[in-house]
Ligand binder design. Structure first.
Ligand code: 13P
Length: 239
């Protein structure tokens, strides 16, 4: 199966022209580009080969349009803009916005009902991993159980250990693949599992050489066009 590379731009860049430039540079098959909300529509129009993603969506999705939810964006709105994938449950939203598994579960179900492909992020904090990979698996299992309750639809899991995000200290790929296999055994139907956390062109191969790691969720390195293009080239050679 083709590996999937998700560019999660997070709260970047500042302006629309920069977003369009970056989107065009990363516009390749097998890539999903996830700009911040203000740029989603315009970046989507600029893409020819990559799929469009969003970084979040609300749990209510009134088919006819709206509802009294200040500041929120619905899966149905995103779908109309041409968005195909939505990242949900990212650890930064769990941390800074107080998103709970219950909220994430509602979002997962609403996004799937609207026909979006969900990229669900799970991963343990450092204190848990320090106590061993078994503890990390148990932590991830609890997240998956809660976040996916009653969910039916297109699903990709991104395993992102919190301590590896933005730190320049990625996971040990040998342990990542064990967790990826664990996730594939636990979730039915068997999802694609991606790795995220300090992925760069220097370590892409270490992770993606494994058949059971189906791609990468890339933050910082997706903001540098040259670096991300290297990641794309390395990934293509592996399949
Ligand atoms: P970094 O690649 O910057 O570590 O971010 C990973 C991430 O959180 C992607 O969603």
């Amino acid at each position: 199966m083709q590996k999937l590379l998700i560019a999660n731009w997070k709260l970047n860049p500042l302006t629309l022209p920069e977003a369009i430039r970056l989107g065009r540079a990363e516009d390749k098959k097998g890539v999903v580009i996830s700009p911040p909300f203000p740029f989603v529509g315009a970046v989507g129009k600029a893409l020819r080969y990559a799929a469009l993603g969003a970084q979040d969506a609300f749990w209510e999705s009134p088919p006819a349009g709206g509802g009294p939810y200040t500041g929120e964006v619905s899966p149905a709105m995103l779908k109309k803009l041409g968005v195909r994938y939505v990242i949900l449950g990212h650890s930064e939203r769990r941390r800074w916005l107080g998103e709970t598994d219950k909220m994430i579960n509602r979002k997962v179900r609403a996004a799937m009902a609207a026909g979006l492909k969900v990229i669900l992020c799970v991963g343990e904090p450092k204190e848990v991993r320090r106590r061993g990979i078994g503890r990390a698996m148990a932590y991830v299992k609890n997240q998956l159980r809660a976040d996916l309750k009653g969910a039916r639809g297109s699903l990709v899991i991104a395993y992102e250990p919190i301590w590896a995000i933005g730190t320049g200290k990625p996971d040990n790929p040998k342990e990542t693949v064990e967790i990826a296999r664990f996730i594939k055994r636990f979730v039915r139907p068997r999802p694609r599992v991606l790795y995220g956390g300090s992925v760069t062109s220097r370590n892409t191969k270490n992770f993606l050489q494994y058949k059971d790691i189906d791609g990468a969720l890339v933050g910082g390195a997706s903001l540098k066009a040259v670096e991300f293009k290297k990641i794309i080239t390395i990934t293509k050679k592996l399949q």
